[in-house]
Design a protein around this ligand. Structure first.
Ligand code: ISL
Length: 570
């Protein structure tokens, strides 16, 4: 059968179902829409599909607030549709990974309804409840059990008048945090996971799994300069028990399971050293983690919406450090985009019409030639850009909407807040996939729940399929290369030309095969350092962004602006 580490040569495609394809014209993407587009994924050549949450949910955070882990939300379809999707994916050789959101549930989950019902409910201890701060009246400002702020603005504590205590929610008030200290909670989660594996799913992407262990007594966090609330993140991130919980989960859910699976832990703030522990196969925790360092580099002191300039060398230095840091133990996941991040071509590339396609392809090459498991986020494979919302009513995401409300309530003007939101809002990733140049980009026959980007008339799947030099065909080539060239999946990595301001270069080596990756991160032509390309004149050129790029590298030792090539010699 499959080797346990089959995912080392796999490519994963992430679907955000709400924005992928709508089959019934209600303006929201759904499971039957996905079934209708599975051939797009099979043709792209990916191995795995990761579905963002489709479980029953009030949709306060677009499904990351789950009210029933073992049912499908009617907005997406039925459990029978999901079974059909899994079967249709498997028929095409695609594995299906589900999102596992167990740091918190919805406040409408039965577990929470029972927990909330009274202080002596048998489920009271399934969540984090705490009395008002001594000497304060519950519900009044300053009475919160700790100074923790929520990631979605406001306090992380919500006052429950009826039972006279606060409950903890790191995210929205409709996302109460589960208490992982309680063994019953852990057993319920394990049982639910086994139920899904038995139903045919091939693994889990574990939402904020490094935040599940909370410090006893909820001590106050440091208060940032100009901060309204204390920093909860530094108090809850990657505490030691996370390792214990993941090892227990591995024993209870995966160890005896007959089929091979994939586990990836989403871990904001995780360091390379921590990631080595989480992904060391001998420790039996997770196969790989999503780290956040490279997507935090363009945040200023005021947080993610305080956009700071970022030079390519800092981005390169960071990702290359992860390559070398996990070279001998552990495994990397590789991503530019997901449903929480702005579009990479607008963020780290150049989305000007002249440079957009080239820079999207070059970004893809740099990521897909690294060691690790690449993740392609829907729309990335055609070079979708940030939508660039310019007015408040265009935003849908709870993080963006709350942030705008909180910032304007504390004295900033809408005009001051909008540029940061426009650049970094999660809604940039959530506009509908651009299938065609037609009405609503072919996403829906109804009114889409969020605006379709105007540039769908130029950027869409239909206009790129089979077109040489398109972003889509480039992704297809890169994915194929990972499957056919063992050095891509398994080779060593050596960063090169590490002080060059515009050239991103590295080598891969495996059993006598050597690859050289050369990528220009600028509009200007890059003159390649002669020592770098010495001995490569007779090399084979793989996945060049253009025939001209291939020619100029070999003949002139130069790389045109935003172009890239991979050279191979044996
Ligand atoms: O985008 C972020 C806020 O600035 C991230 O911190 C994000 O909230 C974090 O990566 C956790 O994300 C995951 O859990 C959230 C959910 O909203 C995100 O969509 C999910 O990917 C809560 O479930």
């Amino acid at each position: 059968d499959l080797p346990r580490d089959w995912w080392k040569s796999a490519v994963v495609y992430q679907i955000y179902p709400r924005s992928f394809a709508d089959s019934d014209g209600d303006g929201v993407g759904d499971l039957r829409g996905i079934i209708g587009r599975l051939d797009h994924l099979a043709d792209l050549g990916v191995d795995v599909v990761w579905l963002s949450p489709v479980y029953r949910s009030p949709q306060d955070d677009n499904g990351y607030d789950i009210s029933d882990y073992q049912d499908v939300d009617p907005v997406f379809g039925t459990l029978a549709d999901l079974d059909e999707l899994i079967a249709a994916a498997h028929q095409r050789g695609l594995r299906v990974v589900m999102d596992l959101v167990v740091n918190h549930t919805s406040d409408e989950h039965d577990w929470f309804l029972e927990s909330r019902s009274s202080t002596d409910s048998p489920r009271r201890d399934w969540y984090h409840w705490a009395p008002p701060r001594p000497g304060h009246v519950g519900g009044q400002p300053g009475a919160e059990p700790s100074n923790w702020g929520s990631f979605f603005s406001g306090s992380a504590w919500e006052w429950d008048e009826a039972s006279g205590e606060y409950y903890l929610h790191l995210f929205s008030r409709k996302q109460p945090d589960l208490n992982w200290e309680n063994p019953q909670v852990r057993q319920a989660v394990h049982a639910m996971m086994r139920w899904w594996l038995d139903r045919g799913v091939d693994g889990f992407r574990m939402d904020v799994i490094n935040l599940i262990d909370k410090p006893e007594g909820y001590p106050d966090g440091p208060v940032p300069q100009d901060g309204l609330w204390g920093d909860a993140f530094s108090m809850v991130a990657t505490r030691p028990k996370v390792h214990e919980h993941l090892q227990e989960m591995h024993r209870e859910v995966f160890a005896d399971h007959p089929h091979a699976f994939l586990t990836v832990g989403e871990m904001p703030g995780v360091t390379v050293d921590q990631a080595r522990l989480f992904t060391d196969p001998a420790r039996r925790e997770v196969d790989m983690v999503f780290q956040f360092e490279h997507v935090d580099l363009d945040a200023g002191p005021g947080g993610k919406f305080d956009v700071a300039p970022l030079s390519m060398p800092r981005l390169r230095e960071n990702l290359m450090a992860w390559q070398t840091g996990l070279a001998d133990v552990g495994w990397n996941s590789l991503y530019w985009d997901n449903h929480d991040q702005p579009r990479v071509v607008s963020r780290f590339g150049d989305d000007d019409a002249v440079w957009r396609s080239r820079s999207a392809r070059t970004l893809a090459t740099v990521l897909h030639l690294m060691r690790g498991t690449p993740y392609v986020y829907q729309g990335e494979e055609i070079g979708m850009t940030n939508v660039g919302f310019t007015s408040p009513e265009q935003f849908r995401d709870i993080e963006s909407v709350n942030y705008l409300r909180e910032q304007t309530a504390t004295g900033r003007t809408v005009e001051e807040v909008l540029p940061g939101l426009s650049a970094k809002s999660r809604d940039n990733a959530r506009t509908p996939v651009q299938w065609t140049a037609g009405t609503h980009a072919g996403f829906t026959t109804g009114e889409p729940w969020i605006a379709v980007a105007d540039n769908h008339t130029e950027i869409n799947v239909e206009s790129q399929v089979g077109v040489e030099g398109s972003v889509l065909e480039h992704y297809r080539d890169l994915i194929r290369l990972r499957h056919t060239e063992t050095a891509v999946a398994h080779g060593d990595v050596e960063p090169l030309a590490t002080d060059h301001p515009d050239l991103w270069a590295y080598a891969r080596r495996h059993e006598g095969t050597e690859l050289l990756v050369l990528a220009a991160f600028t509009r200007e032509e890059v003159v390649l350092p002669p020592e770098l390309v010495q001995g490569w004149a007779d090399a084979e050129v793989l996945v060049p962004t253009s025939p001209e790029a291939a020619r100029s590298v070999l003949a002139d030792g130069t790389l045109p602006g935003w172009e890239s090539v991979v050279l191979r010699r044996m």
